[in-house]
Design a protein around this ligand. Structure first.
Ligand SMILES: *Cc1c(COP(=O)(O)O)cnc(C)c1O
Length: 399
């Protein structure tokens, strides 16, 4: 392998997305190679020994070292401005690796109430068994974060914008609280990607990704990543190497190609979302639209300071003038012909979800109400189609 990459940190984000991390093999391929091999061969016994004790750099076994995965890690690290990236099998295993790598029994997490449902299940049902407790606080009220701190608080965890209501957490303000109490701040940057939001520049210590969403962007494979300083990634990488929730080389190759078009796609998802959100606001049977790019969003100003655009997720409430909120929302969903009825997002294809009966269906009605997820709420993962076609598909059930 010969390295030709100059200093990726001097490049613009879209250039990093195309070139950072690229290492060519002896064949000089232009597109990054896919190394589908579980292990690597040594020249002799002494080299094997030197590789295993870390005296000599080089590849050993794809659970913890694979050239295609390394190229993806280097590229995403350059784009987020991180010293190191650890790629994982999924977004959930990235969060698991983060907690297992950085915390121990007796430690405490303060987390936003408005995080991905599976993350809440992971904290409550898995991590808790190993003696790490989590306190949930408001995504938007910084004082609640401060009030929840205990002497053993080691990690703050948030996601912004939140799903499905697009609440915005003030990363810089919450990072300052974390710093003040000696805790690390982890930000799940899945919805914005480094193209729209760079949490490290705002004081975050860890960035998490579900690469499954926008980094692939075409709804094909699962993957995740944890990013941070070399010091913070030491335990995370150690967990991955030992426990094995590793990213497959094939998936890393898909994500490398996905990153190359990330800026173009995020710009297009954002432009479509803003146009769709404005159109929804003008519909008589829509009572409320949640989109950080709209001036009517309660945290529009913070969002526009912290993110480049409003992103690709738009949620709205359907008026329940004809039946219950659920009936009204299901009528919109069931009258679509082009939109994909699926819980995924970050795809070229626009997706439509009824959070109250799917992604948030397992929590109690009281908890749902407290979280502001009404029966009339619909979430759209806005894709890359012409907006007029998305509007026409939604209009049928809204009329
Ligand atoms: C999907 C998602 C995850 C989990 O990622 P998987 O790749 O599905 O494991 C975590 N956080 C957010 C914000 C997500 O949307």
């Amino acid at each position: 392998m010969t390295e030709k990459t100059p200093k990726p940190e001097t490049w613009q984000p879209e250039t990093m997305a195309v070139h950072a991390g690229t290492v060519r093999s002896q064949f000089g391929e232009n597109s990054e190679a896919l190394f589908l091999t579980s292990s690597f061969v040594f020249e002799n016994a002494a080299q094997a020994a030197a590789r295993f004790i870390g005296e000599q750099p080089g590849y050993i076994y794809s659970r913890f070292t694979n050239p295609t995965v390394t190229m993806f890690e280097e590229r995403l690290a350059a784009m987020e401005g991180a010293e190191q990236c650890v790629a994982t099998a999924s977004g959930m295993s990235a969060i698991l690796a983060c907690v297992m790598g950085l915390l121990k029994a007796g430690d405490h997490i303060v987390a936003s109430r408005s995080i991905f449902g599976a993350t809440i299940n992971l904290f409550n049902n898995v991590i808790k068994k190993f003696g790490v407790e989590t306190t949930y606080v408001s995504a938007t009220d910084v004082a609640e974060w401060q009030a929840a701190v205990r002497p053993n608080t080691k990690l703050f965890f948030l996601e912004t914008p939140s799903n499905p209501l697009t609440e915005i957490s003030d990363i810089a303000a919450i990072a300052a609280v974390a710093k003040g109490c000696g805790a690390l701040l982890a930000v799940d940057n899945c919805f914005c990607t480094p193209i729209l939001q760079r949490p490290f520049e705002l004081g975050a210590d860890i960035v998490i990704h579900s690469a499954t969403k926008y980094l692939d962007g075409q709804g094909r494979v699962l993957g995740g990543a944890v990013l941070g300083s070399k010091k913070n990634m030491e335990g995370v990488y150690g967990f991955l190497r030992t426990a094995g929730p590793s990213m497959s080389a094939f998936n890393a190759w898909i994500f490398l190609k996905g990153l190359e078009t990330l800026k173009l796609r995020m710009d297009a998802h954002s432009a479509n979302s803003l146009e769709l959100a404005r159109w929804l606001e003008a519909q008589p049977n829509v009572t409320r639209v949640f989109y950080p790019g709209l001036p009517s969003h309660p945290q529009h100003e913070l969002a526009m300071k912290q993110q480049k655009t409003g992103g690709g997720i738009v949620s709205f409430e359907v008026a329940s003038s004809r039946g219950s909120g659920k009936e009204a929302a299901w009528r919109v969903i069931d009258n679509t012909r082009m939109l994909s009825i699926t819980a995924n997002l970050g795809d070229t294809k626009t997706t439509i979800t009824h959070p109250a009966s799917t992604t948030h269906g397992r929590i109690t009605p009281e908890a749902r109400a407290a979280a502001g997820i009404t029966d009339g709420l619909i979430r759209i993962g806005v894709g890359l189609e012409a907006v007029v076609d998305i509007q026409n598909d939604l209009a049928r059930g809204l009329g």
